[in-house]
Design a protein around this ligand. Structure first.
Ligand code: NAD
Length: 321
């Protein structure tokens, strides 16, 4: 059974590809390399193409029995400044992918959604039934695709899993792949960078939130745990299970200060930092209620914050050390 991993030369897709292979699936990668890297696809067959190149995509889909769709633009701030870019890639490109899947007879789609579909939640931890009210174009583009999947399920019998990630972090334990976004906006690689001589000091956005230490709280999930949930979701659909939308997080939040402490403990070096004002649109706390994913898939995140930070540190040292 071959799984087409669209966006497979990116951070999360390249981890999913490896976990799929460990579970015995054949894997075909499809990526336009706009933010991905051919090096992360090493050891896999990679078709270089855009999701809007539907002829090329259809050929790849005809060789596959299911698709995982990771391809998207994913910077919240950029989506506010340039929504057109986000709607073009995440919505128009997403629909091109979905329609090509229908036309080629693919009926199982796993989609990279995000906790950004909830916007600023009234309650934490966040359950899947919380209202979906995104507060930026990135979140809106992801919600649109979720809605399209729901409509295609009813109308055409397409089965999907919308997996709403919280904060993906860490790296594959083998060292074959890891995070290399440019620009990097994620806390853990930035804090690790700030513990090295080459990296910029870490900007901490707000120290006066209504949290125990005043800094924002997020739910960091190891990327390999995330990838394992994709395989479980795929097996659920292939086994005849109905479409699902699930939060993927650990259910435990960590503050920015706690992350800095973990980074300092693991690297043995101080994190140079600057405390600045809050960033508009950042909720004080975003933490998943992951119980539905455990109930439906029998999946639970296993890796701790320390494992996240240490695998990310090994990856950084190996690649930029
Ligand atoms: N990283 C996180 O914490 C996080 C959290 C929530 C959701 N997500 C979602 O997960 C997915 C993967 O995120 P990531 O961090 O691995 O990002 P990434 O940028 O590393 O990976 C995305 C990949 O998709 C490719 N791509 C983009 N547009 C394409 C197109 N039109 N055609 C073909 N390929 C295209 C890129 O080249 C890249 O390899 C995204 O959809 C993102 O919105 C990520």
């Amino acid at each position: 059974m071959t799984v087409l991993v669209v966006g497979g030369a990116g951070y999360i897709g390249s981890h999913a590809a490896r976990v799929l292979r460990r579970h015995g699936f054949d894997v075909l990668l499809y990526d336009n390399l706009s933010t991905g890297h051919a090096a992360l696809a090493k050891g896999f067959e990679l078709v270089v193409g855009d999701v809007t190149e539907t002829g090329k995509l259809a050929d790849a889909m005809k060789r596959s029995q299911a698709v995982m769709h990771f391809a998207a633009h994913a910077y919240v701030g950029e989506s506010v400044k340039d929504p057109r870019k986000y709607f073009r890639n995440n919505v128009e490109g997403g629909l091109a992918l979905l329609n090509t899947a229908l036309e080629t007879g693919l009926r199982h789609v796993i989609f990279s959604s995000t906790c950004a579909v909830y916007g600023i939640p009234a309650q934490v931890p966040i359950g899947e039934d919380a209202p979906r009210q995104p507060v930026n174009p990135y979140g809106v583009s992801k919600l649109f695709f979720e809605r399209a999947l729901e409509a295609y399920d009813v109308a055409y019998g397409l089965r999907f899993a919308s997996l709403r990630y919280f904060n993906a972090a860490g790296a594959d334990e083998t060292g074959e792949t890891g995070e290399c976004h440019d620009p990097e906006t994620h806390l853990i690689p930035l804090a690790l960078g700030a513990a090295t001589e080459q990296g910029a000091p870490l900007q901490v956005f707000g120290g006066d939130y209504p949290t125990a230490d005043g800094t924002c709280i997020r739910d960091y999930i190891h990327v390999t745990d995330l990838a394992e949930a994709h395989v479980k979701a795929l097996e659920h659909l292939l086994g005849g299970g109905s479409s699902i939308a699930l939060n993927l997080g650990t259910g435990r939040g960590h503050s920015v200060k706690e992350v800095i402490t973990a980074v300092e403990a693991i690297t043995g070096r101080p994190v140079r930092k600057q405390l600045g004002p809050r960033r508009a649109g950042d909720p004080p706390a975003l933490v998943a209620d992951p119980r539905r994913a455990e109930g439906v898939l029998g999946w639970k995140a296993k890796r701790s914050l320390a494992e996240i930070v240490s695998t990310a540190w090994q990856w950084l040292q190996r690649n930029h050390g």
